[in-house]
Ligand binder design. Structure first.
Ligand code: ADP
Ligand code: MG
Length: 212
């Protein structure tokens, strides 16, 4: 693999220094090929196998555009399960560590709604959650997406397999139409591309074939 170092990207110095601290020197293939589109604000469909570093693609995209001084939800990441949402939230907190006080909330089913609503009331910059629970918060008016700039559909293949399509469509309708939408999948995204075409605006497509 001859991927580039992160330092070729137009990221701020503190984000770059933190990546070095995390041991991220060179980009993985999906990062190398996707991040230029993401950082210029394009919508994206990205497919690469599990473990290839897709979280940092959207994580750096969200953080690049985030205004820490504006305490409002600016990034929303939808994940298929609670475990994945917690894992993604953890990775986003690590990536955001050098950017000051950035609040990342994980909102999934199986936990009571009220404490989550109270956390939202206190404010958050980034929300990671499962579609059903995010839909619940939108329905109750406890989650405000007025200031959202990045919507991420992570593991979109699994989310559609699990029957979350209608919830996702409802969430997309609650997002500002002027936003960046990033979609990630571990499998070849032909049917996903069809199903989600209305959610994305002229997306760049990056497919990384698995090496055998
Ligand atoms: P995916 O979502 O594609 O399954 P992840 O984003 O979960 O993959 O990343 C898999 C692992 O690789 C994580 O432990 C992550 O911290 C690590 N990782 C990601 N990008 C890099 C990189 N450029 N250099 C070193 N480690 C990385
Ligand atoms: Mg992932």
């Amino acid at each position: 693999m001859n991927s580039n170092p992160f330092t070729i990207l137009p990221l701020n110095a503190s984000l770059l220094a933190n990546l070095t601290t995390l041991g991220y020197g060179r980009m993985t293939t999906i990062q190398d090929r996707s991040l230029p589109y993401v950082l210029e604000g394009r919508d994206l469909i990205a497919q690469a196998k599990t473990g290839s570093g897709k979280t940092a693609v959207f994580g750096l995209g969200i953080l690049h555009r985030l205004d820490p001084a504006r305490f409002a939800v600016q990034g929303l990441v939808l994940c298929p399960t609670r475990e994945l949402a917690d894992q993604v939230a953890g990775e986003l907190r690590r990536l955001a560590r050098a950017e000051g006080n950035i609040k990342v909330l994980s909102l999934t089913g199986g936990s009571p709604l009220r404490p989550q609503a109270a956390s939202l009331e206190h404010g958050a910059h980034i929300v990671v959650g499962t579609p059903g629970r995010i839909r619940d918060h939108l329905g109750r008016g406890t989650l405000d997406l007025t200031h959202l700039h990045t919507l991420v559909l992570d593991e979109a293949d699994r989310m559609t397999d699990m029957g979350f399509y209608d919830e996702i469509a409802g969430i997309v309708r609650a997002c500002p139409s002027r936003r960046q939408t990033l979609l990630f999948s571990a499998t070849y995204p032909d049917d996903i591309r069809q199903a989600t075409s209305g959610f994305l605006n002229n997306p760049a497509e990056v497919i990384v074939e698995s090496q055998h």
